[in-house]
Design a protein around this ligand. Structure first.
Ligand code: SF4
Length: 333
């Protein structure tokens, strides 16, 4: 039976922006998100830029404050409430939950050797007692990330983008985490290198039984990597399902529009692309009702007034749309 590692209910993250009494407003980056991330899974989170996916990932790492709802990290005897976690428990959570950054060029200090970059979390968290112990752990993790011992003496500028990302992955792994947020971790890489890094992440997931939250705007990458995919729009989850189910029959009009924008080699498919109209609205001035109604070709009056809840019709394929069943029936008629 699958176990839940991360459980969030109505999780919200808001930022106060502007200054002065009348100028202040709240930017709702994440708005009442409920999600379960199963232990050992590769959980994909997709959406356009500005959808709140990065903020959700950081909230689950306790890198930004959670301003509403609940979030728990549960592993065996451990049950951490991420809204109140502090002190020794927060220190322990920092070992258990790590981030792989998007940009392998900016993420690594040019003044440190690869050995020192990978060793830094061990030293900062006090996880090793001697230099020999640190070096042994660095070598073990470097080998897992397919880095040579020779590489450990060099500086980051000597490496290609793919190699630098493997150094970033090694640094994230060195503290022995159970949960890793990979935020657009292959977006800055050439397509040929992306596959290599994705294969490495999948192998790490299998070998070390690590749970990944894989954040991406690229659905084709998510399709080949993730076990489960959740789609975000303007801070809300609009659809969530096992990857095969979601890709076989997406239910939300936003997900369908994202899917149709995936480049296809089939010339018949290209004409069918249902382009997303307009821009994602500003998070400081969100539409009423369904947040997607300003861009949705199927919007009706109800959509402008009532915000749809994320519901599970019983098959594990959750969707937040008033008309999903009706639109599905039309499609299959
Ligand atoms: Fe479109 Fe209405 Fe469904 Fe929102 S609730 S996605 S506006 S049909």
């Amino acid at each position: 039976m699958s176990e839940t590692l991360i459980k969030a209910r109505n999780l919200s993250v808001g930022f106060r922006i502007g200054s002065g009494f009348f100028g202040k407003s709240i930017l709702k980056a994440v708005d009442h998100v409920s999600v379960d991330i199963e232990k050992g899974s590769f959980f994909g989170l997709v959406g356009e830029s500005g959808s709140g996916k990065t903020t959700l990932g950081r909230a689950l790492l306790k890198a930004v404050p959670i301003t509403g709802g609940t979030a728990h990290y549960m592993d065996g005897e451990v049950d951490y409430d991420l809204t109140t976690l502090a002190g020794a428990e927060l220190k322990d959570y920092r070992k258990r939950a790590q981030l792989i950054f998007q940009d392998p060029y900016a993420a690594l200090s040019p003044r440190m050797t690869v050995r020192d970059i990978i060793a830094e979390p061990l030293e900062v968290m006090g996880l090793t007692k001697t230099r020999e112990e640190t070096d042994a752990r660095v070598r073990e993790i470097a080998a897992k990330c397919r880095l040579n011992l020779e590489h450990l003496r060099r500086f980051p500028h000597a490496f290609s983008g793919g190699q630098r990302q493997r150094i970033s992955i090694a640094r994230a792994l060195v503290s022995g985490p159970q949960f890793i947020v990979a935020d657009e971790s292959v977006a800055a890489l050439d397509v040929s290198i992306q596959a290599d890094v994705l294969n490495l992440l999948k192998q790490i997931q299998r070998d070390l039984k690590i749970t990944f939250l894989f954040i991406s705007h690229d659905l084709s990458v998510v399709a080949h990597t993730c076990d489960h995919v959740a789609v975000m729009y303007l801070g809300r989850l609009v659809e969530s399902a096992p990857t095969r189910q979601l890709f076989a029959a997406p239910r939300h009009p936003y997900t369908k529009a994202l899917f149709s924008a995936i480049p296809s080699l089939d010339p018949d498919d290209r004409g069918r692309a249902q382009k997303l109209q307009g821009e994602i609205p500003s998070p400081t001035n969100q539409p009423s009702g369904c947040k997607f109604h300003t861009r949705c070709p199927y919007a009706i009056d109800r959509c402008k007034k009532d915000e749809p809840e994320l519901v599970n019709p019983g098959d594990g394929h959750e969707v937040a749309c008033h008309r999903w069943a009706e639109l599905l029936a039309e499609e299959t008629a």
